[in-house]
Write a protein that binds this ligand. Sequence first.
Ligand SMILES: NC(=O)c1ccc[n+]([C@@H]2O[C@H](COP(=O)([O-])OP(=O)(O)OC[C@H]3O[C@@H](n4cnc5c(N)ncnc54)[C@H](OP(=O)(O)O)[C@@H]3O)[C@@H](O)[C@H]2O)c1
Length: 246
Amino acid sequence: MKITVIGGTGLIGSQLVSRLRGAGHEVVASSLSTGVDLLTGAGLDQALKGADTVVNVTNSPTFDEASPDFFRTTMGHLLAAGERAGVRHQVILSIVGVDQVPQLDYYRAKTLQEELLRQGPTAYSIVRATQFFEFMDAVISWAADDHTVRLPSTPVQPIAAADVVAALADVATAPPRGGTLDVAGPDVLALDALGRLTLSARDDGRSVVTDEEAGMFAAVDGDVLVAGPDARIAPTRYEDWLSAPR
Ligand SMILES: NC(=O)c1ccc[n+]([C@@H]2O[C@H](COP(=O)([O-])OP(=O)(O)OC[C@H]3O[C@@H](n4cnc5c(N)ncnc54)[C@H](OP(=O)(O)O)[C@@H]3O)[C@@H](O)[C@H]2O)c1
């Protein structure tokens, strides 16, 4: 199968390209730095030539009010180019519970990306993942100083990027779902507890202060970021991932 991965240099995209190639697929890895700009459409027709499936794992440069325009424009170009190239399956990576957090610009942007895909001309699949383990450092840095890290107790169910990649590879090489697959890690934890685990594993002497107003996830109501009963539950536990050599 010929598969084009747009965002093929990113955290998820680079691992997905390796995994699909390892399984014997012909894979084109495209992104801004390889000369394919989804914001302008430059290089897209060449990147999609002969592709059966396209997996879009790009990300917007910011999470703010500019992000809806990024996902609107990039999905517009990708869907049009996919139709021109005769692509049979378009896949995107979204976020568990994304449509339940309209108060966050970035979540509204990703919801818009999903809607554009659903309304588009091509058969599709949406993989919704929970927060990546690899994302925790960024989350910790949002409301931190030299002594404390402030985090709300929002329930999350984080997942290793490698486990997201495994699910995406399975979906990309199967027939279009015409719907969504949720993927999540094996454990539900409060974000402040996750922060404590992270700092302790890294021998970081700062303490986590529970602050229901701190950072982006303070805006999240209840357990909307936790996967439902139909989700694919990934095997890797956060504590094992933290202690594994890298
Ligand atoms: N972080 C989380 O916890 C989480 C959870 C669920 C879902 N997700 C979703 O996962 C997706 C992938 O995230 P990631 O962390 O792997 O992203 P990432 O590492 O930031 O990689 C982003 C990729 O997008 C490419 N890109 C950016 N602008 C582009 C443009 N205009 N044209 C073409 N390519 C462009 C980059 O290319 P260059 O490297 O060439 O610049 C890079 O390959 C995102 O859509 C995100 O919403 C994330």
